[in-house]
Design a protein around this ligand. Structure first.
Ligand code: ACO
Length: 428
């Protein structure tokens, strides 16, 4: 095993260098503090490996993304979301028997507890869907106490299936509440994506027949979002799980982390940006000049990524998927033209090229979601549905560890030195 040497204050220490299966290297500093009294400081964690994980591999320099070793391009082309979910969670493509069993569990648990339906009425009709999603995922635990019980292997599979299945029922119910329409029950004859489309767009007196092309686009969207190693929300899930919290509590925290505009909320921000450009009649070039002006505080939403410094493979697949679905549905979306134009300008502009800023997963995903009728305020919820397998798989890694170790980073304190309490009447 190779080591890395640290020298400080005339002393030196060797630390083991860990090698991953793809030959990435990390210095194991787990004994740094006990040996040296020092800690590392890495705000934003850009240089910190928080765990060893066997789920997803990314090489951001050359635009590689693989779930359990399988390239994202192959999964997006050939797999379904449910099959990919099983792969991400369990590490292998399911056999037909395993797939069928999981699929049966998804059907069994698709319906949320009847009393939970009343909870939707308690939210204001304009409540943000991500807030409802986060709250309702925790509520599942209140209505199904077995969720809070021990996670033996059988329970785990049931809990994972229940979560994956019900998150889509909660999302559709949130939309219905917003739209002032009755909630639709899931139908056992539909597959995962079709059932979601039915719960979203059917009404009691007019049932839709889910379009297979739309279901395929939705499957692709969900597969592309299924996991992305130690991003902000997944790290949050792991952090919460490390305290011993149950799967639902851990994932509900992940939903809150995903909500922010620098993370999952970016898919909303992209469409808002494209709409603003369209409404204002501004050319993409003019908008780009504003983005480059540091005083404007504007960012080109859907561009840039902490990890990808070449291209985001998901954005390439989604760009193609957007073209296909818009053509199939005979939709002419001016936002797609603006997006393409912005991308062309950015890819030949030194500001973006020098900073290695390329379209990320959110740049084209909103155009697909619009085409299939998902309203803007539900975009990040769609991302959350897609990310469920990754969160569940990361929860499982923490849960299956031989010894549960709570995640507890340290800090460099920069506050006041010790001082005496000042009575209220003596304060300036
Ligand atoms: N538009 C304009 N400039 C940008 C952008 C952007 N989208 N992204 C980064 N930059 C610039 C920064 O201003 C900075 O410039 P400087 O060096 O002159 O100060 C430089 O590029 C580096 O930016 P950082 O913020 O340090 O990059 P970081 O890796 O921390 O941020 C992030 C990554 C948050 C994704 C960023 O690129 C961004 O804000 N993008 C827009 C929001 C977005 O699309 N988020 C979705 C990410 S994907 C996901 O979470 C699913």
């Amino acid at each position: 095993m190779s080591t890395a040497r640290l020298e400080y204050n005339g002393q030196s220490w060797d630390f083991p260098v860990i090698e991953g299966t793809e030959k990435e290297h990390g210095i194991d500093i787990s004994e740094l503090r006990s040996k040296t009294g020092l800690i590392t400081l890495d705000e934003g964690y850009g240089n910190t490996g928080s765990c060893q994980s066997a789920i997803t591999y990314i090489d951001g320099d050359i635009g590689i993304l693989r779930y359990r070793g399988y390239p994202i391009e192959q999964l997006a082309e050939h797999s379904t979301f449910v099959e990919t979910a099983w792969l991400v969670i369990y590490g292998q493509l399911p056999t037909e028997k395993q797939r069928q069993r999981f699929s049966d569990l998804l059907t069994k648990y698709a319906m949320i507890h009847e009393s939970m339906r009343n909870h939707f009425q308690g939210f204001p009709t304009n409540a943000p869907p991500m807030a409802i999603l986060s709250a309702m995922i925790n509520a599942i635990g209140c209505f199904t106490p077995e969720v809070l019980g021990s996670d033996n292997e059988l329970n785990f599979e049931e809990n994972a299936a229940r979560l994956l299945s019900q998150v889509r029922s909660i999302a559709a119910a949130t939309f219905k509440m917003n739209a002032g329409q009755p909630m639709m029950y899931p139908r056992p004859e539909y597959k995962y994506a079709e059932n979601f489309l039915h719960m979203m767009f059917s009404v009691p007196n007019a049932r839709i027949t889910p379009d297979p092309e739309v279901a395929r686009a939705l499957n692709q969207f969900l597969i592309l979002h299924a996991d992305h190693e130690q991003n902000c929300s997944t790290s949050t899930v792991r952090m919460v799980a490390s305290s011993g919290a149950n799967m639902y509590a851990s994932v509900s925290a992940g939903v809150s982390a995903l909500w922010g505009p620098l993370h999952g909320g970016a898919n909303v921000a992209v469409v808002e940006m494209l709409e603003d450009i369209r409404k204002s009649g501004m050319t993409p070039q003019v908008y780009m000049e504003k983005v480059k002006d540091k005083n404007s505080n504007l960012r080109l939403m859907g561009f840039g990524h902490r990890v990808y410094r070449n291209f985001d493979p998901r954005s390439r697949i989604l760009q193609k998927a957007a073209d296909i679905i818009l053509t199939k549905l005979k939709i002419n979306d001016p936002l797609l033209d603006i997006a393409r134009h912005l991308e062309d300008v950015a890819l030949s502009d030194s500001y973006f090229v020098d900073r290695k800023l390329y379209p990320n997963v959110d740049f084209y995903s909103g155009i697909i979601l619009r085409a299939i009728g998902i309203p803007l305020n539900m975009f990040t919820v769609m991302f959350a549905i897609g990310r469920m397998p990754g969160w569940i798989a990361n929860y499982k890694e923490i849960h299956d560890a031989t010894r549960l170790k709570i995640n507890r980073p340290r800090q460099i304190y920069t506050g006041e030195l010790i001082r005496d309490y000042i009575p209220r009447d003596q304060r300036m």
